[in-house]
Design a protein around this ligand. Sequence first.
Ligand code: ADP
Length: 230
Amino acid sequence: MLIASNVTKTFGKLKALDNVSVTCNKGQTIALIGPNGSGKTTLIKTMLGMVVPDSGFITFDQHNILHSWHYRERIGYMPQIGRYPDNMTIAQVMDMMKDIRKSNVLDEDLVKEFKLPALAQKKMRTLSGGTRQKVSASLAFLFNPDVLILDEPTAGLDPLSSEILKQKIIAEKEKGKLILITSHILSELDDLVTEVIYMQDGKLQFHKSIEQLQQDTGQVKLTQAIAHVM
Ligand code: ADP
């Protein structure tokens, strides 16, 4: 469904992605993990068409993501740090996104659960980091995307909000959507993910099902299994 084929991306002399090929299918919930600087965010951004690879390409249902805005629109993205116009209110940011997407099928579960309507007239620059994260999360799910790409989704969220988000991710997983998540808190990915993509130094080290990883490492928990392969 979402496929990276031989993707290489360099920044100056640094190879952020080195000939990475991965196939992500509908119904999979994938943990994208690896040390800092291993290329996870760059891979995500190439999948979204935000970073153009030097070579290789990304396809979504056989369409090159760089050439097809329609397919890019079917991906909900929660960035590590959401950047929004400082002087816009939450309501204005949401309306702007609705205008861009022109989507009628809105999923406002998170908007409501995070109680954002009460904060709708607050300007983005006045929001705490946690509230910004709630806006980012709500926007990622708002247009009922087929694919969710969540980059450190719980970073900066309080425990209750993290739990709300986790439950929402589980609900979307149960609908059979493709979900790709990075997190440095591996324990929160336990019981959630079906696959692991492990990156190091811009290279894909492996892409395995959880069962395969457990079998290969003899470890049940993701934290221990990953410690085993590092
Ligand atoms: P991760 O998400 O695994 O921490 P990144 O994909 O953010 O890794 O970064 C991979 C490498 O590419 C890092 O060494 C990072 O400093 C570098 N990098 C990422 N984006 C840029 C950029 N826009 N300009 C220069 N270097 C970058």
